[in-house]
Design a protein around this ligand. Structure first.
Ligand code: ADP
Length: 324
């Protein structure tokens, strides 16, 4: 019902609508209208109330509220169900919990802040309140567990396209899970899976997108390795709009992957890659080696040409550092 009042206020386009009109349209009492307006105000909507002319929506909050996401959503399944938090330990943790409680395919977990956001290999992800898009998607695909790592590549392509559409900024993908601008890290992706031998129970793709963080707001140790869309663009970016475009792009690619596999998606990934063709250090737990990142194979593994021949590198075990 709250979103209905919001719709009515939005449609009024900056003019006042009387409580009586809203109550009549929605077939509820004026007190009920008043209560819901109060809730909307508490959620952060600026609504002016005037005893004679009624209510007017002055400003929507700069938050990733489900009501705001739903208002611009272009997808069928992704984001149909939204779990929204002001703060969580990590959206991937929260998504795992939700998936175990039977949350459906496409459910997204969005939080304004993460107190302990995670990268790969248990590294931390800095996620300050209201400055980024920290969210996870739950997928329940029909394909085999071996295909799951390619969901990271799928998400990376989707995010690159969404960033380009909304901000006109062109970014590159560092294998397997980072999106960079001028070698600075803009986005991190963490895919986790729960599966049996031959079927996936759920996949969680967690994404951290630095949207409106200013340079001096990053912790010192990140200031020379990280960037945000607002830094690049020199102005604030709408997080709701960008999130909706990301959902749309992920859903489009995911439908392709389910219907015909990942071939097209891997081809697109290669177009945006900033790793292929570069000399890289591959840093594993037990050994480190250098080589030329030649290609990715049909499983999304990185093929690195070394003195000892071509080595096949799987995501999850290693870090890649471009040389020079
Ligand atoms: P790697 O790039 O080494 O494989 P991950 O992809 O797991 O590492 O990302 C975690 C690393 O990213 C952290 O160790 C830290 O250096 C960096 N980092 C943490 N938070 C952010 C952020 N908000 N933006 C950019 N980089 C970050």
């Amino acid at each position: 019902m709250r979103s209905n009042i919001l719709d009515i206020l939005r449609q009024a386009n900056g003019t006042y609508v009387s409580g009586e009109d809203i109550a009549r349209t929605m077939n509820v009492s004026r007190t009920a209208v008043w209560k819901h307006i109060r809730e909307l105000k508490q959620a952060g909507y600026a609504i002016d109330s005037h005893s004679r002319s009624g209510y007017c929506l002055m400003e929507t909050p700069d938050l990733l509220l489900p009501s705001e996401i739903q208002n611009g959503r272009k997808t069928k399944v992704l984001g149909k169900d939204i779990q929204y938090y002001k703060e969580v330990i990590s959206t991937n943790n929260q998504a795992k919990f939700a998936a175990q409680q039977d949350a459906g395919e496409g459910t997204i977990i969005v939080s304004e802040a993460q107190t302990s956001g995670r990268g790969r290999l248990a590294r931390g992800w800095y996620s300050p309140a209201e400055k980024g898009i920290w969210f996870s998607v739950i997928l329940r695909p029909h394909f085999l567990p071996q295909e799951a790592p390619k969901c990271t590549l799928l998400a990376a392509v989707a995010i690159v396209k969404a960033i380009e559409t909304i901000t006109e900024i062109q970014v590159g993908i560092k294998w397997p899970n980072d999106i960079l601008y001028n070698k600075l890290k803009l986005v991190g992706i963490l895919t986790e899976m729960n599966a049996e031998m031959d079927c996936i129970n759920y996949i969680i793709i967690g994404m951290g997108i630095n949207v409106n963080i200013q340079k001096n707001e990053f912790p010192l140790e990140l200031q020379h390795i990280a960037t945000s869309l607002a830094i690049i663009k020199g102005k604030k970016i709408s997080r709701v709009q960008l999130l909706n475009e990301i959902l749309f792009q992920i859903e489009t690619l995911y439908n392709i992957a389910q219907a015909e596999g990942f071939v097209k998606i891997l081809e697109e990934w290669k177009k945006y890659s900033v790793t292929l063709g570069k000399t890289v250090d591959v840093i594993g737990i037990n050994d480190t080696f250098a080589g030329l990142a030649m290609d990715i194979d049909a499983d999304g593994a990185l093929l690195v040409k070394t003195k000892a021949g071509i080595k096949r590198v799987l995501a999850g075990d290693v870090s890649i550092r471009a040389k020079g």
